[in-house]
Design a protein around this ligand. Sequence first.
Ligand code: ATP
Length: 903
Amino acid sequence: MPINVTQASIETPAHALSGTEVLTAFNSRESGLSPHEANAARERFGPNKIPAAKRKPAVIRFLAHFNNVLIYILLVAGMLKAVNRDWVDFWVIIAVAVVNAAIGYIQEGQAEKAISGIRDMLSLHATVLHDGLWQEIDAEYLVPGDVVRFGPGDKIPADIRILTAQRLKIDESMLTGESEPAEKNTDNVGANAGIGDRTNIAHSGTVVTQGNGTGVVYATGANTEIGHIQDLVDSTDDLKTPLTAQLDNLGTRFAQAILGVSLILLFLGRVIHDMAPSSLLSNILSFAVATVPEGLPALVTITLALGVQQMATHNAITRKMGAVETLGAVTTICSDKTGTLTRNEMTALAAITPSARYEISGTGFGRAGDVTPAGPTTDPEGVAELARIISLCNDAVLRENGEMWSVVGEPTEAALAIFSDKQGFDSSGIERTASIPFDSAHKFMAVRVANPGGGTDDVLLKGAPDVLFSRCTTQRAADGEGKVSFDLAFWESQVDSLASQGMRVLAAARCPASSFHTNIEFEDVANSLELVGLIGLIDPPRAEAIEAIAICHEAGIAVKMITGDHVETAKAISRQLNLRPDGEPVAVTGAEIEKMSRSQLAEHVVDIDVFARTSPEHKIRIVDALQSHDQVVAMTGDGANDAPALTRADVGIAMGIKGTEATKEAADMVLADDNFATIEKAVAEGRRIYDNIIKSVVFMLPTSIGQGLIVLFAMIFGWDAPLAPTQILWVNLITAVTLSVALAFEPAEEGIMNRNPRGRKARLLAPWLWIRIMWISVLIAAATMGAYYALNHAGVDTVIARTTAVTVLVVAQMFVLINSRFLYHSSLNLHALTGNNVLWISSGSLLTLHLLFVYAPFMNTLFDSTGLGFAEWGIAVGAALVIFLIVEVIKASQNRFYANKHR
Ligand code: ATP
């Protein structure tokens, strides 16, 4: 592809040009564009955004809502009505189906909008160089000519000609289908090279798996390779979840039951009652239509979508709808420590050299503070060398901002850079020529810089103490003269003393660089390092995490800490977090996990609170072991290597601030604030949403079954029908429009985090809920029929009796809606009338429509209804009240029995 002629005036493809040529083509340079140039380019090239993929046409999306077995029943019934020339019935049935599809269509549209709006919150960031200063910007603002940098886990924000690359590998499978990450370098390639062969290009949307690099942007937005193929990518969000499948299944079984009973009715009507075919058909169709719970299919989508929106307001951004329902079932949360359970506000507190210990004053990113000896001995050269290593082997950028530093980079690195500044080290003018970036898999970082004393270059390292210790053979001599052999016992005792105070400890070491090449290879730092010293940093626990952990324990959810940090540091923090309220936390290290077989780990995993010095692959084993106990596992992650574990977990949770793009992509949910407390809130929200779906089903099914029973009984006993078929259809139509979504808006029921999780194998509707559903169905049917036959018996006109029966049905549904607000609590209090305004809007609309049915002359003609007096209304309200009270008695007795099971 020629370099985007729309974006530059040159025709040669970027991969066939040198980095400098591409920079020149966009009037840029190695120090990047100036902010002014970048703004001007933004005007010219527009935002770095790929236009949204085309959606399926609206008609297709609308028609998809008819593709459900319950709706098929309605449609077949409608067709048969048309054949029978029952036009009013036909139109009402069609109206029920169309209105229902319209509701589903609108709800789904809102759900999709909610989800994609929330996805937009996860905007991609880029680190860009403007006039020699690195800064983070929204990737949308990138322009051709911008110089950017990228590291492990980063998603490439635009099409980029690579300018520098250190051990850079990029996963390009989304473009090339090649599953192995491609090695990248800066060499020119031929103009005809295919995408997979452009080794000097980082393509937009691909993910860095290893190493780091810089490059110049040459194509943005729709002009990128991914922009070209975006049209081919179907980006429609999948709104299907396990719960929708479960409800579809319920719908299918319901439909089968309706067909089965219809056949029995056919037999009864024909053989026993010898009914005329047309009235028999009409009755059977009434039964079928009355019993179809047409609101069921759309219910889950809207409830989950509302939940997704709600969660987003609490900083939990759901990437997959299914996560919402799974969250509600979580039994174990495995959480990272740094930044999630702790504040990630690192402050270096202690520095240790072979012969002295220093204290560092000042807090957080404040600029004030000193490095002073903490004991009788001093080692000014030692601590200065420590500061040099820590400062040069560091990617954080500090910028003065009044009393504070403003920081680009990781808090650990920033805290270390601040320590070096307090120690008075100035890194300006010193350039690194090669590096091995930090990765939580190997847990150290190394850089190559010129030796200040001349001669062979220095390799400077910082990293987890145990990792560096295993590579050290010497240490800086106490008197600063040369080096002496490495004293492992001394250093381990120093690490333990810092770690047991909850400090994160990093070691600093050095060695001469290889003279055989200009890079740093892993073999170059495999042994013979010289240890220079240790730094201890504190990172206090988040107060809200302590509270959230207590709530999780109350809710029957286990919380486990999985960290790359030292076991003593992790244990000290877990004590502060009260991870094990009844005793000392049980901890294992990654090395110990390594020695365990799969079954051994499975045997112990439930009892372990802290997993320390773990690597990303241990996380997969931990998830696996927990899942072997049928646990529903939520797992957090931030590094690129965490992605597989997040995929394996039932709910993969990525960090929004600290997390790499690769992790976010693999996650079901992203925490915008990286905060553990947000997970706990999301679990509570997941439980609320699941409850609301169950509540809606428990409300919807009795309405349908009750109506079905009315037709069924009248037919079986050959009685006069209490409701005309059109009337049943009408009730069906108006309740579907009004009441069916009200319960999706229910706030959480009291004590929602005081019961145990519902568990992996829980059925959608427990048997006791089926019993409740059947009771309510029978009560609604009995009240409606009772009202009709009593009035009929008393000689009241059939039209009045029927209108009263319809009114009983409608008012009873409104009351049952209030019963259904609480699954586990009584609705017999004022609380039942507050907290959900949608409920009142729905009920008000239903009542208005029903008043039309009763009093509007044209409705009277259409539906054979008539105006009612106080007495009839009194019957309706009285009957509904009795149903309400009986349902409350049923709930109370069931809850007494089941409450214990739920606690
Ligand atoms: P988690 O977020 O999972 O709790 P963590 O952030 O403590 O873990 P890692 O980031 O994997 O874990 O860090 C592991 C160890 O590597 C740390 O304890 C520290 O000793 C060392 N380390 C951390 N960051 C750096 C860095 N930037 N450079 C060198 N070493 C580092």
